[in-house]
Every structure is written in C-alpha cells, then in structure tokens.
Design a protein around this ligand. Structure first.
Ligand code: NDP
Length: 247
C-alpha cells in the first residue's frame, strides 16, 4: 500500500515549480490532488499529470487572495472529494523593491497572496480537518522569512508571517490531531528564481554550504515526509531545506 493511499490533498500554486513537484509527489504516494493555481491552463496541465498516476485530480483556477473564490472553490471541491487530508499552501509571488521605494500596491499584493491566501485556505478547510480529527497542513515559507533580505521587505514579512500563522494554527488544531508545519526553502531553481542574473546567482551560491541550488523535488520530498507517517509527531515546526544557508 502506498503511503498516502486513498488520501486527498490540496496544493495551491500547483501550476508550476515547487507546487507542481509537490502535487506530483503526493500523487505518486497515492493521494488524489486538487491542483489550485491562478491560471486555468496550468492547473489543468498539472491535473492531467496527476491523473496519469492513477489517482483523481481537480484542476481549480482560483486566486488564493480572493476570499469569496476560495470559499466557493473549497465548498464545491469538498462536496466532490468528501474529505481532505493534506493542505499545502505553496502559492506565492515576489514584488521586489527597496523599502523606501516600495509601493503600497506591491506591499499589499505580496501580503495578500502569500499570507492572507494561506489563512483563507486554512479557514476554508478547518472545519473539515477538525471534524475528521486528522490532517496535515504545510505552509511553504522561505529562508527569507527567517533572515530577511534587502529589497524584499514585503516578501520577508509575508514569509515570517506564515511562520506565526503556522505556530498559532498548530496550537489551535493539535488537540484534534491536525498538524501544521512550515517548510522554509532556500534557493530553488524555478521560474521565480530564473529571473535573477548570473551575478546574483553566483553570489547566492557562495552562501550555500552544500554548494548547489535546490530543485523543486527537494521541497516535494520534505512535504511528503511531513504529510506521511514520519510527520505524525511533528507540529508547529519550520523545516529548513536550503543546502545549509540557515543554520
Ligand atoms: P513559481 O513562480 O514558479 O510558481 C508560483 C505558483 O503559484 C504558480 O503556479 C502560480 O500560478 C501560483 N500563484 C501565484 N499567485 C497565486 C494566487 N494569487 N493564487 C493562486 N495561485 C497563485 O514559484 P516557486 O515554485 O518558485 O515558489 C513556490 C513557493 O515557494 C512560493 O510560495 C515561494 O515564495 C516559495 N519559495 C520559493 C523559493 C525559490 O527559490 N523558488 C525559495 C523559498 C520559497 P500560475 O502558474 O497559475 O500563475
């Protein structure tokens, strides 16, 4: 029997990069997966890849920052799937600028998607998780939420906020058997980091003790660990997956 046999997972930002890798990894482990992404075509493409693994998939084109859309999507998804065992809040964006030049719009957009989006998803599924008296919630934070970064005050605040959200939800849900943890990835090769120039990449590489960039699969492995039997006794934690950047 597979580790997540007959389980149901929801992954946000599943259309590309880390979210896609997590959705496919959970599907490989036997879970059916709701693939939530902003762009319908991306959600559908990954849902098709999930189905190739012999499990169910629900492509959901939803903006996680849109409270009404999240509520409606989770309601109809739950009506179809009947349960939820794993929620991975992975959807995230960057809008970088130095603090003095950061616009209200860029501050708000990043906080809305990265932090409020995760809160809205957890709230929409909380009743079901608590009723089931079991579940795993995994929030994708970042090493930037632990260290800060010049030019990313909005992103760092959102990712640090996710850690506070993780720990509070972990305390609220623990007595019902629902764990809540965060993963803090370091530098992972995706579209998000592809925009950085060669000079910035080389600078970054110098700060990674293991000496190489991470891949989406590295984060997917950590998510599977927290979602699977190995995560049974772990809650309220931040698992840093960064080649040793933060230690
Ligand atoms: P990508 O930019 O490659 O992919 C982001 C995904 O999130 C896309 O599928 C995108 O949807 C989706 N998304 C963005 N905004 C929304 C929204 N409002 N509602 C729903 N879905 C949305 O990012 P990565 O894979 O690199 O990053 C994934 C997560 O990991 C993010 O939270 C990021 O902050 C975090 N992270 C990444 C690191 C890295 O080095 N790459 C390091 C540390 C953390 P669509 O495809 O439909 O546009």
């Amino acid at each position: 029997m597979k580790v997540l046999q007959d389980q149901v997972a929801v992954v946000t930002g599943a259309g590309r990069g880390i979210g896609r890798a997590i959705a496919l990894k959970l599907a490989d482990a036997g879970a059916s997966v709701a693939c939530l992404s902003r762009t319908a075509a991306n959600a559908e493409r990954v849902a098709a890849e999930v189905r190739e693994r012999g499990v169910r998939a629900w492509p959901l084109a939803v903006d996680v920052a849109d409270a009404a859309a999240v509520e409606a999507a989770m309601k109809s998804f739950l009506a179809e799937a009947g349960r939820v065992d794993v929620l991975v809040n992975n959807a995230g964006i960057t809008r970088d600028a130095l603090l003095m030049r950061m616009s209200d719009e860029d501050w708000e957009a990043v906080l809305e998607t990265n932090l409020r989006g995760a809160f809205l998803m957890i709230r929409a599924l909380a009743r079901t998780f608590l009723k089931q008296r079991a579940g795993r919630i995994i929030n994708i934070s970042s090493v930037i939420g632990l260290m800060g970064n010049a030019g990313q005050c909005n992103y760092a605040a959102s990712k640090a906020g996710l850690i506070g959200l993780t720990k509070s939800a972990a305390r609220e849900f623990a007595s019902r058997g629902v764990t809540v943890n965060a993963i803090a990835p370091g530098f992972i090769e995706t579209d998000m980091t592809a925009v950085l120039g060669e000079e910035a990449r080389q600078e970054m590489l110098k700060r990674i003790p293991l000496g190489f960039f991470g891949q989406p699969a590295d984060i997917a492995e950590a998510a599977l660990f927290l979602a699977g039997p190995g995560g049974r006794y772990i809650t309220g934690q931040v698992l840093t997956v960064d080649g040793g950047m933060v230690m």
